[in-house]
Write a protein that binds this ligand. Structure first.
Ligand code: NZQ
Ligand code: ZN
Length: 387
């Protein structure tokens, strides 16, 4: 176990019917809020009405900035920054999933600087201050509600970059599982795939050969994500299932799983971001295709941890390490497919002849994220094995 500092200052308000607390939580942060949300879901399911009523009852003025799309766009963030500056808001409130929360984070950081917000993403500038951010989570997936990460797509350049800073952690996030009852089966499953990928990125990329506490914690999260997702796909209003899935997705990327692992990487995400940027596919769907291919590629090189994963998460019985590793990966892919996730590039509508281009497009992010071993050939090999 490596030395570590764990400092996560986001206040989590968890449970059924907690939505109406957004007004009193926002009042503490100021009097004028930029309200950031997606396209139609929160209008249709009544969440926007409830949030508006709660904020108004606490005399918090609302400036609307709806229309965030999945794989959120820099152009929409820039419009939000202009609005935040013009209206001199005190805070940003995000009501939605990871795309909405990440857009809100970028606006909250961009509103306090004169340079273009994209400079935070290409490493040219670092974040020194940020408007306070409050979140109401409506989709269990990205974990953005309790971390300092944000991912935005540059519309013109078609690159999707992520960056992180503790200042971007929301001040408060309301995690009310009943708000996810209306999430359709596909996005429920994609969210589960994303959360599993967050866990496995760290589980398999740590160089530390002895992390028993973290290993069991992460294995347990993966098992709970699959079991709760199965319950929710069967019954979308299964409260326990929605609650477990939501909390697991948050725990998967709030810093707790990575504690003590030392340096870890995010290679599956580096590859997936290119797929999302160029083909505008759901992030979790892209990961569901890339994840088994990446796992299989890595397992051939160092099968022990993958065999441990197969034995502890799927109770595979193969004695030989590589065989156990392959069996575990096959069982994960089988679960993803059973949950309705795509498991091939073909299902994403991505043709084999585009692989060299997609691999080449992934290199700038590989460089930014210091994933030195990921060159054109390695990325192409991984992509070819998920055709
Ligand atoms: O736009 P609306 O109409 O609101 O519909 C959304 C959207 O179409 C819908 N939805 C959300 N809540 C709903 C709902 N539909 C019905 N009922 C509800 N309660 O779901 C669709 C997908 O929403 P989105 O926010 O895009 O999904 P997700 O939460 O998976 O976020 C994906 C984004 O998160 C980023 C990804 O790159 C991607 O852009 N990530 C952020 C990370 C972070 N900040 O730490 C890490 C992750 O790895 C990830 O990269
Ligand atoms: Zn992700």
């Amino acid at each position: 176990m490596q030395n570590f500092v764990l400092h996560n200052q986001t206040k989590i308000i968890f449970g059924a019917d907690r939505l109406q607390e957004i007004g009193s939580e926002a009042k503490v942060l100021g009097a004028r809020a930029l309200l950031v949300y997606g396209r139609q879901s929160i209008r249709q399911n009544g969440i926007l009405t409830a949030v508006t009523a709660s904020l108004q009852s606490c005399s918090v003025a609302i400036i609307h900035h709806g229309g965030v799309q999945s794989n959120p766009l820099l152009s929409h963030v820039r419009q939000g920054i202009a609005k935040a500056k013009e209206e001199q808001v005190d805070m940003v409130i995000a009501v939605g999933g990871g795309s909405v929360i990440d857009s809100a984070k970028a606006i909250a950081a961009g509103a306090l600087v004169d340079h273009d917000v994209w400079k935070f993403f290409n490493g040219k500038k670092s974040i020194k201050q940020c408007l306070p951010l409050a979140c109401v989570l409506t989709l269990a997936a990205a974990g953005s509600e309790m971390n300092g990460g944000m991912v935005i797509t540059h519309d013109d350049r078609k690159v999707k970059f992520g960056t992180g800073n503790r200042l971007l952690n929301p001040v408060v996030s309301i995690l009310d599982p009943t708000l996810t009852y209306t999430v359709p089966p596909d996005y429920t499953a994609y969210g589960a795939a994303d959360a599993i990928a967050h866990i496995l990125e760290f589980y398999f990329s740590t160089a530390d050969a002895s992390t028993p506490v973290q290993d069991r914690f992460m294995e347990g999260l993966v098992i709970n994500i699959m079991e709760s997702c199965d319950k929710v796909l069967h019954d979308p209003c299964h409260y326990q299932g929605r609650a477990d899935l939501m909390w697991c997705a948050t725990l998967a990327l709030n810093g707790w799983t990575a504690a003590g692992l030392g340096l870890v990487g995010f290679p599956m995400h580096m590859i997936e971001h290119t797929l999302s940027a160029h083909h505008d596919i759901a992030h979790g769907a892209g990961l569901s295709v890339v994840m088994p291919a990446w796992l299989a590629h890595q397992a051939e090189r160092a099968p022990h941890k993958f065999a441990q994963f197969g034995r502890r998460v799927f109770q595979v019985e193969q004695k030989e390490c590589r065989a156990a590793a392959r069996a575990g990966i096959a069982r994960l892919q089988e679960w993803l497919r059973g949950a309705g996730c795509p498991t091939s590039l073909a299902e994403l509508g991505i043709a084999p002849e585009t692989i060299p281009f997609l691999a080449e497009q992934s290199l700038p992010l590989a460089k930014l994220w210091r994933l030195k071993e990921y060159d054109q050939e390695k990325i192409e090999t991984i992509l070819r094995s998920c055709l």
